[in-house]
Design a protein around this ligand. Structure first.
Ligand SMILES: NC(=O)c1ccc[n+]([C@@H]2O[C@H](COP(=O)([O-])OP(=O)(O)OC[C@H]3O[C@@H](n4cnc5c(N)ncnc54)[C@H](O)[C@@H]3O)[C@@H](O)[C@H]2O)c1
Length: 651
């Protein structure tokens, strides 16, 4: 048995989780934990695990955390029988790298609860299985628990991952607290439990694409982004990308953050240009920035409602408005109420959570009311996937549209990413250079750029802007210095683009120009995620509350050549609110890899385009028709459109 764990200094630890289990259930949690270990260790471990459960609300089995450094190593350094298994080790270790992960001691990569494994013994066992496995076996992971290696075939995925799959009626937030504390499920977020996280680069790219396209919606022809204001909130894990993305887009970003430490950290890292602690200074600085049409990002330390209200009084026009506070967890500190300092509110949350909840609800109503004042004056406000509209509506804010079904404001997917990207198949394709060599990353950037420039020469006007944005992104990728952890890159591409880039990588690997490459994507994509208030919010045929697309995607990818597949409950918008899946694929330069990438990437994108087309989204109908012309073997059911007048007279 390894010695007791000594915690490293200054490491960011996960908050204590809810003490939700009854005494009997706590015994079950300990019994569950001990089944990993020989009986002679039980008495020592039982009391240690009981102490962990008391102190942290979960059993992390810290003692079994390896003493070696967790980080992505070059692929050939992994002692495996299967190169594909080595690719998984690399990606798992990257997600747990202390430079990458949010709470590395608790195996949390991002999002507060995005777990890679539930505990350290699951990590140790999984790595052991991966070291042993051959290309004729598949490892099945149940929410981090390695159920075992099963015989399969070379064409099967090496690993099948499920996270948080629940019987639907047991998918309330407290069910996660309970079953996670029992040690039988986990919240994998999107790319945490699927080993596909690439640090902050992913969110900076996604936010850049969102802001660029949002401005396109509101600017008149010939008008530029210079001097226009983007007002938002949050400088945390993901939200911290907003000022950096705002700078890349060329606007004035004002980002409020209640937690001074979070804002100061982002300032030190160079992610936000200016820190401002009071409203008069903020107004003066914003007016100067407007006058000079500066590209600048400003962090205001305080509640975002204060900024919305003072900009209203001062008649400072906000062109784009959004919010990225953590409203997927509104009652546990994700959203801070107005009228209290950060410390006062934190104390209230600990001592009087009921009152904290009431204050949050009150604030959400006030927040929505002042946004309305701005939108009346022409501000374009969008929900940025943090459940702002959902929670504001649940708090009783005046935020519903006249039909009482939709919200007054769109989500960023409804208005921006859905019709402008996802419906055409454009989504967050990513890759990791498994050699760990920066020169490989630069070579892959050059390959991807050349493929996209070639595609843009003959691409139809409908997708030109998306291609151009990503050409610009990849040209500047190196100078934007976004790489943390593994040597990874992201860009948005459609099915054709993803396949052509991947094929060019595989060719370069075969010619020994670069080392092996792991392909993947964010789950936040065209086909992988069913999420009615986010990824599939622009589906209007009533099917946005179904999850067939995500399930088809993971099954479809699994038999078309993915190295691993994953399907998760929860991610971004919350447990029970979304089903999302993804894949990983190792390219090794072989002809088999070439076949696999074509078959799987084609389906991985076009599954969602077909579903979006069936939902009558005109951009998707265009994209799937175009795909059918290119691919005679593809036959997709197309919708017939119905005359509105015919329906009006029926009921
Ligand atoms: N759109 C996307 O693609 C996308 C991607 C990732 C995350 N998200 C969502 O965005 C949200 C934020 O994610 P994160 O990782 O940055 O979370 P986080 O908790 O790390 O950061 C949120 C920040 O908001 C601050 N905050 C809370 N209430 C505030 C208030 N009233 N005024 C000003 N600041 C306030 C908090 O102090 C915190 O620093 C989550 O709900 C997440 O699910 C969306």
């Amino acid at each position: 048995m390894p010695p007791k764990h000594i915690f490293p200094e200054k490491v960011n630890r996960a908050p204590k989780r809810k003490d939700i289990l009854s005494a009997e259930e706590k015994q079950l949690a300990i019994r569950n934990a001990l089944r990993y270990f020989p009986k002679e260790w039980h008495s020592e471990l039982a009391s240690e695990f009981a102490e962990e459960l008391r102190a942290y609300g979960r059993i992390y089995m810290y003692r079994f955390k390896p003493s070696y450094t967790l980080r992505a190593r070059p692929l050939e350094e992994y002692p495996t029988q299967s190169k594909q298994a080595a690719a998984l080790m690399l990606m798992i270790q990257n997600n747990l790298d202390p430079a990458v992960a949010q709470h590395p001691e608790e195996l949390i990569t991002y999002g507060g609860n995005g777990a890679v494994f539930q505990n350290w013994i699951q990590y140790v066992l999984t790595l052991q299985y991966l070291a042993l496995m051959t290309d004729d076996q598949t490892l099945h992971l149940y929410s981090g628990h390695p159920m075992g290696l099963f015989p399969s075939s070379k064409n099967a995925p090496r690993v099948v991952v499920t996270n948080g799959m629940m019987i639907p009626n047991y998918s309330k937030p407290d069910d996660w607290e309970k079953f996670n504390a029992l040690g039988v499920t986990q919240y994998g977020q999107m790319t945490a439990g699927s080993f596909m996280y690439i640090g902050p680069q992913g969110i900076v790219h996604g936010t850049t694409i969102t802001i660029l396209n949002a401005f396109r919606k509101i600017l008149k022809p010939q008008e530029t982004v210079g001097g226009k204001i983007f007002l938002t909130a949050g400088l945390g894990g993901m939200s911290g990308a907003q000022p950096k993305a705002g700078n890349i887009c060329g606007c004035i970003t004002v980002c409020a953050e209640v937690n001074p430490k979070a804002a100061e950290k982002r300032h030190e890292q160079g992610w936000v240009d200016v820190l401002i602690y009071n409203i008069p200074d903020l107004i003066a600085r914003v007016r100067t920035a407007q006058k000079n049409e500066e590209v600048v990002s400003i962090a205001f330390i305080g509640n975002v409602i204060e900024v919305w209200e003072c900009f209203d009084q001062e008649n400072i026009h906000v062109h784009l408005g959004s919010d990225q506070t953590s409203l997927h967890i509104p009652w546990t500190g994700g959203y801070y109420p107005i009228g209290f300092s950060f410390d006062e509110a934190t104390k209230m949350l600990q001592k009087d959570p009921e009152n904290f909840k009431k204050e949050v609800q009150k604030s959400l109503r006030r927040h929505a009311a002042v946004i309305q004042k701005h939108t009346n004056k022409g501000t374009y406000f969008f929900d940025y996937g943090n459940a702002f509209l959902l929670e504001a509506s649940r708090a009783g804010a005046d935020i519903m549209a006249e039909n009482k079904i939709d919200f007054k404001y769109p989500s960023y997917v409804q208005d921006i990413l859905g019709p402008m990207c996802f419906d055409y198949g454009f989504g967050p394709f990513r890759w990791v250079c498994a050699s760990g060599d920066t020169a490989d990353l630069e070579r892959t950037d050059a390959i991807a750029l050349s493929v996209m420039e070639t595609l843009s020469k003959t691409a139809p006007p409908e997708i030109q802007l998306q291609l151009q944005d990503n050409i610009t992104w990849i040209k500047n990728a190196k100078t934007n210095k976004m790489v943390v952890g593994s040597k990874a890159r992201i860009l948005y591409a459609d099915a054709e683009g993803r396949m052509k880039i991947a094929e060019a990588f595989n060719q370069a690997i075969a010619e020994n120009k670069i080392g092996p490459v792991v392909l993947g994507r964010d789950h936040h994509d065209v086909s992988g995620t069913d999420s009615p208030y986010r990824e599939t919010s622009n589906i209007y045929d009533g099917s946005k509350f179904t999850a067939d697309m995500a399930i088809h995607n993971v099954i479809g990818d699994s038999f078309r050549g993915a190295t691993w597949v994953s399907i998760h409950n929860g991610g971004g918008v919350g447990w029970g609110e979304v089903m999302n899946g993804g894949f990983g694929m190792l390219l090794d330069g072989s002809s088999e890899a070439s076949e696999r990438l074509k078959s799987m990437l084609f389906y991985d994108v076009n599954n969602g385009v077909a579903r979006r087309s069936w939902a009558r989204n005109k951009e998707a109908i265009f994209a799937i028709k175009r795909e059918m012309e290119r691919t005679p073997n593809l036959k997709v059911t197309l919708p017939n459109l119905v005359d509105d007048n015919l329906l009006k007279s029926l009921f």
